[in-house]
Design a protein around this ligand. Sequence first.
Ligand SMILES: CCCCCCCC/C=C\C=C\CC(=O)SCCNC(=O)CCNC(=O)[C@H](O)C(C)(C)COP(=O)(O)OP(=O)(O)OC[C@H]1O[C@@H](n2cnc3c(N)ncnc32)[C@H](O)[C@@H]1OP(=O)(O)O
Length: 292
Amino acid sequence: MAARIMNLPKHGLCHLMRTSALARHYAGSTGSASPPQFTTLSVDDKTGIATLTLNRPPANALNAAFMGEIARSIKELEKSKCRGLILTSSSERIFCAGLDLKECYQAEASHLQGIWVALQNLWHTLYSTPLITVALINGHTVAGGGMLALSSEYRIMLPNFKIGINETMVGLAVPMWLIDTYLNVIPNRRVAEWDLTASRIYKSEHALKAGLVDELAASKEQGLERAVAFISSYPKHSLVARAITKRQFREKDLKNFEDNRQHDLEIFLSNIQKPNVQSYLGEYLESLKKKA
Ligand SMILES: CCCCCCCC/C=C\C=C\CC(=O)SCCNC(=O)CCNC(=O)[C@H](O)C(C)(C)COP(=O)(O)OP(=O)(O)OC[C@H]1O[C@@H](n2cnc3c(N)ncnc32)[C@H](O)[C@@H]1OP(=O)(O)O
């Protein structure tokens, strides 16, 4: 698999650009001359499947630039008529630790706003994409990381890691769009309500039993094979109908989000700037450091 991005459809799949064209491609689409910093993107021209690898050590914590980069890659892949996307991590321990809490601590309101708007945009982009999406969860994934996994259509996880949405544990209400995303995977409302109010974190094996993930894979290599098999199981001729059907399932959640986008931002800004939340955030960050 070469580290390249596609441009035009070819034989119903993708036509590849040279790696050297990547920066120009991004510059054209985003107005920024900087090439991807926190991700690597590779595309298999035979299968038309892209692999986007999260690479922001040590924890793939999400800041605005990182989230913008992931969202832009998805948009570019959509334009290239790519077939499917596998999201994975370059780390052997952490898929994604959620929002970068260091950037949420004692930050300016404008910075916090940028983070939340980027999170909203990333969710909207991933949840609504016509691409066939698979999260290959090769490490812990919590909070915003759980969002990435749950917004994808299929989840393959490696053993002995953690997955869940722990917002209430860190002092914040789960936004409605994330509740809807969770319900799309765990439709049992009682279980979903319990999980999200209790910040329940599942180990891989239990997550499989609960239906939070679809498969376990013994290794990243095996997970990649399974992800390719899942995406390839959709015949080429069905891709448009498939995408419309996916959209219809998700349309109500997307509309609810659009109707409440501003309100959702205001709730976050108001909560995150409260002195008690900031003080707890400081302690939480210390506890993460002490662990190391
Ligand atoms: C906290 C109270 C106030 C509320 C603020 C919330 C702000 C956001 C508002 C709304 C919600 C949005 C959704 C979110 O995403 S909130 C993010 C919540 N995330 C977490 O609670 C995850 C915290 N991390 C962990 O639980 C673990 O790190 C884990 C992911 C399970 C991995 O464990 P392990 O493999 O043992 O690795 P370490 O804990 O040693 O971590 C390695 C280094 O990474 C740093 N780290 C980890 N998580 C974050 C993070 N979210 N942001 C920034 N940095 C993070 C950690 O400090 C280690 O760094 P170092 O090696 O320099 O010590």
